[in-house]
Design a protein around this ligand. Structure first.
Ligand SMILES: *Cc1c(COP(=O)(O)O)cnc(C)c1O
Length: 386
């Protein structure tokens, strides 16, 4: 027997996030395997259709993850060497990386201190004649005001790509995020709400853009493997342009189809947990929990808390205290411009981004989270910060 240093009464660790997967997903995956069709096939097509319906998009194209969906979006727009693409630094680093993967230059804009998102004012500051596109992130599920941003960018012929990795089930001006978007990319990583293990979706209102995206995700093939199989005839394919392998598998899509049926419940539960945090943390002076912006609702993909500048303990020390109490919180959203991968770029000053990334933390929220779990998190926070 090994000797554990943990106290006998140690409570189970509260994770920051846990996907909500059940028997139904396991059965759907097993069915896909038993069917013999495990690569991109009929279940991917069905998932695309169900997803498009759910977010109010005309077309949805399933891909391997959200990073490849964003890469594909920039490729579809013809963004390349010599072009600048405005992105928030305050995002998962993939948002900036995809710009470099198409040979263009990411230009960092600051974000709003309340929403964590780009605004017309922060974007206007960094536009140049070389700006071809802006990747607008709905950070942590909080919808960015793409209507206001569109009013700035459309007259200038600058494309908007929405990084909706975190934002399935969030709403914008009363409509689901994704509806009305020219190009929006979603993620099905387990850190988001709906998961397929790995996976992504690109939505667009254009049948033409969607057809080209479907071709590009599959090596630029004129006829997909699924179509060839269905036609039963010998149709030799052509390779119309250099494409990628960005495909999703039917096993993933089978899981995704079940996950979509849980989405409304997932969002409702997370919003209810966030409201409860807000009540319980009301006595914490100066701290601010992320909330709905005036133009929409968040799915609380991440429930982040901004600490006051004069907090009695710093963010990292606080994470340490929480960890000691068996609570797995996370530092807030990263800032790409501070990472070694961007150290060779001209250093820019992004005050709101730097404050948010230094002083915020992501609190545990997951579908199965109980009141008792949440009380433990709140007690530990209050003990450290009061
Ligand atoms: C998670 C995330 C991504 C990357 O999604 P993957 O599906 O893991 O490629 C991109 N942007 C943002 C804002 C994210 O949160």
């Amino acid at each position: 027997m090994s000797v554990s240093s943990a106290p006998v009464t140690a409570l189970p660790t509260i994770p920051v996030m846990r996907p909500w997967l059940g028997e139904e997903e396991a059965a759907a995956a097993a069915e896909a395997v038993a069917s013999g069709w495990v690569a991109q096939g009929p279940r991917v097509a069905a998932f695309e259709e169900a997803f498009a319906r759910r977010v109010g998009a005309t077309e949805a194209v399933a891909v391997s993850n959200c990073t490849t969906a964003l890469h594909l979006a920039l490729h579809l727009l013809g963004v390349g060497p010599g072009d600048e693409v405005v992105v928030p630094s305050f995002s998962f680093i993939a948002t900036a990386n995809v710009v470099r993967h198409v040979g263009a230059e990411p230009v960092f804009a600051d974000v709003d201190l309340v929403t964590g998102n780009l605004t017309p004012a922060t974007v206007a500051e960094v536009l140049t004649p070389r700006t071809r596109a802006v990747i607008v992130v709905h950070q942590a599920g909080v919808p960015a005001d793409t209507v206001a941003l569109g009013a700035l960018l459309e007259p200038r012929g600058i494309a908007v790509v929405e990084d909706a990795a975190c934002a399935i089930g969030s709403t914008l001006h009363g409509r689901p995020v994704g509806e009305g978007a020219q190009l929006a990319a979603f993620s099905f990583h387990p850190r988001k709400l709906v998961t397929t293990g790995e996976g992504g979706m690109l939505v667009t209102p254009s049948a033409e853009v969607a057809a080209r995206a479907r071709r590009l995700r599959e090596h630029g093939m004129s006829v997909s493997a699924a179509e060839r199989h269905a036609s039963g005839s010998v149709t030799p394919e052509q390779y119309l342009e250099p494409g990628f392998n960005f495909r999703m598998t039917d096993v993933q899509a089978a899981i995704g189809l079940v996950q979509l049926t849980r989405l409304d419940a997932m969002v409702a539960r997370r919003r209810e947990r966030a409201d409860r945090y807000r009540e319980l943390l009301a006595g914490l002076p100066g701290a601010r929990l992320v909330e709905d912006p005036p133009w929409g609702t968040t799915n609380y993909q991440s429930c982040w808390l901004l600490l006051p500048e004069d907090a009695p303990v710093g963010r990292d020390a606080l994470l340490g205290r929480l960890s000691a109490a068996g609570i797995s919180a996370r530092r807030g959203i990263m800032a790409a411009h501070l990472e070694p991968a961007y150290a060779d770029r001209p250093r820019v000053s992004l005050p709101a981004t730097e404050r948010l990334t230094a002083d915020s933390l992501v609190l545990p929220v997951f579908h199965q989270m109980t009141d008792a779990d949440q009380d433990r998190v709140v007690d530990a926070l209050l003990a450290a910060l009061r």
